[in-house]
Design a protein around this ligand. Structure first.
Ligand code: NG6
Ligand code: CA
Length: 503
């Protein structure tokens, strides 16, 4: 009798679980590089128009107070994928192109989460999180010993670091894509290979000149950080990077369309060197940086069109964001600084990439999922990338190991724009590896060392030898420093921060 009673209810449970699984959305996490809060027309940009992203924003949710975890790529992306602050681990600084994988293979990532839940998972585009077991020891002519497969990604097609760092080749499933056996690859971050031209020795070979740094090996008429030799047909052409990333993303989406996917899709736009495809040339009054923003919008169009054509657009949760704040002169003479005109890539915020100020980590964040996110939502909730891990686990009903996503909190309602409640606090890490704090309207920047203004990039870092306190409700631009007016509050916020950093 008992078993008779149990059987149907078990199968009902199984059916319910299957129904829930069938309803689980694909997740497309699209991360731009150095795209500023003010760089999209849906965030107020006037000198550049991003109609595709704007349309997703207007049919979904647009966040106005979302923060990346750090103001540079490597630490920001490490935290996004692990739900752990970058200051918890050494070796999460901006990585050279020959860095070993910066994750421990045992570290739980968003890719692990989705893979264990039966999703197929992919990382495509800009990586900058290291490859191989050991820095400088990769075999670029064979198979890499440690790859994103070791942290949950079934498929990868990646730039090892950034477009301004060697090796200038894509890595697909642990091997150099389009490998050219006639031009074996050598990489060094210490010294040049005898007889190889560099930006310093052969500026006449360059189609884009460096403004600071970036004067080492020349690939495709652009000098980079680091030295490389060989590559032949495998070397990328900067003009084709965006299309190649989009094509590989679309190809992945198209395979096994009956199985849900998680894709971590990272554009090279709008990081330096900005050298978009010829079809964008002359299309922006802001020159190459403006064209890179147009190209970013075009990448989104290509991928969203593919989703629609496969009938996947309704049940794909699309998140569009950036890894850190913007910079105009990041090392090449692309005239971004001069041609920006009235365009403020940080929007209303002070500082930019590298900064402690809001401009360092305040990023665009758009969530589109017609089934569950109400069209036209604007969320002013104070939010952080750190919560994606716990929130997406909740979304797909997955149980994660206890130590997983340890700094991440479940804010699924906020993520879907159904609640506009602030996170209790948001912690961010600027380039000098100090730690800054937001609690509601208040921004607290502890005393830290470093240049107050980085003269090469013209960015105000906000690093000062005394603590700073700002009221963002009074002005989002951190203008009036209030720590001597509210000394108790400043001390209290320092204590909050101390507890988070050393729990
Ligand atoms: C800096 C580079 C800059 C950029 C940045 C990392 C120089 C002078 N500057 O060191 O061009 O590559 O690192 O950017 O080399 S990020 O967005 O990937 O973090
Ligand atoms: Ca970046």
């Amino acid at each position: 009798m008992k078993s008779k009673f149990l059987l149907p209810s078990l199968s009902l449970l199984a059916m319910a679980a299957a129904a829930q699984r069938a309803d689980r959305p694909n997740v497309l996490l699209l991360v731009a590089d150095d795209l500023g809060y003010g760089d999209l027309s849906c965030y107020g940009a006037k000198r550049v128009s991003t109609p595709v992203v704007d349309s997703l924003a207007s049919r979904g949710a647009r966040f106005t107070d979302m923060h990346a975890c750090a103001s540079t790529s490597t630490p920001s992306r490490y935290s996004l994928l692990t739900g752990k602050y970058p200051f918890r681990r050494e070796g999460t600084d901006v990585a050279p192109g020959d860095a070993g994988l910066i994750f421990l293979p045992t570290e739980y990532t968003l890719a692990d989460l989705f893979k264990e839940a039966g999703y197929r998972t992919a990382a495509i585009g800009k990586w900058h999180l290291g490859l191989g077991a050991e820095t400088g020891k990769q075999d670029w002519n064979g198979k890499l010993d440690v790859t994103p497969a070791d942290i949950g990604f079934d498929y990868h097609y990646l730039m090892a670091a950034t477009a301004d760092r060697v090796p200038c080749v894509f890595i697909e499933q642990g091997r150099v894509a389009n490998y050219d056996a006639s031009a074996p690859i050598q990489v060094s971050y210490r010294k040049n290979f005898p007889g190889e031209p560099t930006g310093r020795t052969h500026p006449e070979m360059l189609k884009l000149l460096p403004s600071h740094g970036h004067d080492m090996s020349i690939v495709n008429g652009i000098s980079r950080i680091g030295y490389m030799k060989g590559g032949g047909k495998a070397l990328w052409r900067d003009e084709d990077i965006a299309d190649s990333i989009a094509a590989h993303a679309i190809n992945f989406i198209s395979q096994e369309a009956n199985k849900p996917f998680f894709m971590y899709l990272c554009t090279n736009d709008v990081h330096v060197p900005r050298y978009p495809h010829e079809r964008f040339r002359g299309k922006s009054p802001m020159g190459l940086r403006g064209e890179a923003i147009l190209q970013f919008d075009e990448t989104v169009r290509q991928v969203v069109t593919a989703l629609r054509e496969k009938g996947l657009d309704k049940n794909t949760l699309i998140i569009i964001t950036s890894d850190n704040g913007p910079v105009l002169d990041d090392g090449y003479r692309d005239e971004a600084w001069k041609l920006a005109g009235t365009h403020n890539p940080s929007g209303p915020f002070r500082g930019g990439k590298y900064s402690s100020y809001e401009g360092g980590t305040a990023v665009p964040f758009i969530v589109y999922w017609p089934k569950h996110v109400k069209s036209g939502t604007t969320s002013n909730a104070l939010s952080s990338h750190i919560d994606l891990g716990a929130s997406l686990a909740q979304l797909i009903g997955a149980k994660v190991p206890q130590e997983a996503f340890s700094d991440s909190r479940q804010h699924l309602k906020q993520l879907l724009g159904k609640s506009h409640r602030n996170r209790d606090f948001v912690v961010t890490m600027p380039n000098n590896r100090s730690v800054d704090l937001r609690v509601g309207r208040w921004k607290y920047i502890p005393a830290s060392r470093g240049y107050a203004e980085a003269w090469q990039t013209h960015i105000e870092t906000g690093y000062q030898l005394k603590p700073q306190l700002y009221d963002l409700r009074r002005s989002p631009y951190e203008g009036q420093e209030l720590s001597s007016r509210y000394p108790h509050l400043a001390r209290r916020l320092q204590k909050v921060l101390d507890k988070i950093v050393k729990p």
